[in-house]
Design a protein around this ligand. Structure first.
Ligand SMILES: [Zn+2]
Length: 213
């Protein structure tokens, strides 16, 4: 890779991380960036009330001390009595602009997870496909737990952890639709990218019991 290409890749990576941070912040997460890159790019945190069983802000109470002052507490803002827990998720973020194909509205992306093990329920990948929009860039987010990789890739191959060849190549249309179909022979199903992973920020909220669908 040339110096310029490397620089471009770095810039698009930062751009994806910035857009993702804004999305997460909007959803109430605090975003912490890794100081040294060891695979986990973001740690995100949110307060959770174990009694109300929902996410909460810190209750701000006002006390009279000479004059009225604001006190930030460690209590839930809903019930105002339970100490909040800090919940964390760990994200490996990968951003790409993909490469051109023979179709104008389709680009090819290759995602290569750096962490290639099932790392438990709190570790997620966020894969971001960036397209040129009319005015601004468009970001499509695919959010999946590390345990979900086995749905579309063979993580049991001995080469899986050690080589760089094991990549998931996905043709993606500019509306975010992953066009790759799974095959019966491999049993892999790439439709999970469209049905489950696409913009699935709710996947991060593992404390919240969702109705089965
Ligand atoms: Zn509460």
């Amino acid at each position: 890779m040339s110096k310029l290409e490397e620089k471009k890749k770095q810039v698009i990576g930062l751009y994806g991380e910035m857009r993702l941070s804004m999305e997460l912040h909007e959803l109430g997460w605090q975003v912490h960036r890794a100081y040294i890159d060891e695979g986990i790019d973001f740690t995100i945190t949110i307060y959770y009330c174990p009694k109300c069983k929902k996410y909460s802000n810190q209750w701000v109470r006002y006390a009279k001390y000479i004059k009225k002052v604001k006190c930030v507490t460690n209590l839930c803002e809903h019930c105002k009595e339970t100490e909040l827990q800090v919940i964390s998720r760990y994200l490996q973020v990968k951003t790409s602009e993909g490469i051109a194909t023979n179709k104008e509205d389709v680009r090819k992306f290759s995602f290569h997870p750096k962490i290639r093990y099932n790392m438990g329920k709190e570790v997620f990948y966020v894969w971001i496909a960036v397209f040129e929009g009319k005015y601004d860039k468009i970001c499509h987010y695919y959010i999946l737990n590390t345990k979900d990789v086995k749905k579309f890739d063979n993580i049991n191959l001995p080469t899986y952890q050690i080589t760089d060849n094991q990549k998931t190549e996905l043709p993606i249309r500019n509306d975010g639709t992953v066009l790759k179909k799974g095959t019966a022979a491999t049993g892999y199903d790439y439709s999970v990218f469209n049905k489950r992973f696409y913009n699935d920020f709710g996947a991060l909220e593992i404390e919240i019991i969702k109705p089965e669908n």
